[in-house]
Design a binder for this molecule. Structure first.
Ligand SMILES: N[C@@H](CCC(=O)N[C@@H](CS)C(=O)NCC(=O)O)C(=O)O
Length: 198
């Protein structure tokens, strides 16, 4: 059975949500990220010692976007990624990588309140990222249009943190409507229940 190293109220929510969407059998190993030391099995999966990290037999990996992509491939019957050869797969990768490549650093920049050259920073700047996201989600229902995918797990979780938990992303109708659709998904409800129970 797959093993998820996780901690409540962290980026682990993405992996929990994704595993629940896939209907994958998994066990959870809770890590106290405030305490020093990490179990050797977690360090083997993620030399950074961070969560989430996933062990699936001989397969070990970390980085939540990679975990979401891996689970989508591992459980193709769940339909969480466009199939090989489907042109929609291009946009799928675009948004899956946009989350850690642009949204995350934009949040960090906002928290740190630093000004950078938007042309030189790979993510541009916070307003550029949030405006791009707002336009992309305006039509909906999902980031790829009609089809829900692992990219929505990454982007939806980032908006839960950015709009709702940290309140750094301004409330916009497109974000509110998207978050409402995400929250209506039973898999996210189960993941949030696990996360809340800690
Ligand atoms: N890039 C990683 C970031 C993972 C990460 O920073 N996890 C934090 C919790 S949100 C963590 O494990 N912090 C404890 C530590 O750094 O030891 C991902 O997207 O999964």
């Amino acid at each position: 059975m797959m093993k998820l190293f996780w901690a409540p109220k962290t980026r682990s929510l993405r992996a929990l949500w994704m595993l629940e969407e896939a209907g994958a059998p998994y066990e959870r190993v809770k890590i106290d990220i405030t305490a020093p030391g990490r179990p050797p099995e977690l360090l083997a999966a993620n030399p950074m010692g961070k969560v989430p990290a996933l062990v699936d037999g001989a397969a070990q990996l970390a980085e939540s976007a990679a975990i979401c992509a891996y689970i989508a491939e591992r459980f193709p019957q769940a339909g969480l990624a466009p199939a090989l050869g489907d042109p929609l797969r291009a946009r799928y990768f675009h948004w899956l990588f946009f989350a850690p490549g642009c949204i995350e650093p934009a949040y960090t920049q906002k928290f740190a309140d630093v000004r950078l050259n938007s042309s030189a920073a790979g993510w541009g700047d916070f307003d550029r990222v949030t405006t791009t996201l707002e336009r992309a989600l305006d039509k909906g229902p999902w980031i790829l249009g009609e089809r829900f995918s692992a990219a929505d797990v990454m982007i939806g979780a980032d908006l839960i943190f950015g709009v709702e938990r940290f309140a750094i992303v301004p409330r916009r109708p497109a974000f509110d409507a998207y978050l409402q659709r995400c929250r209506a998904r039973p898999a996210l409800q189960r993941a949030l229940a696990i996360d809340d129970a800690g």
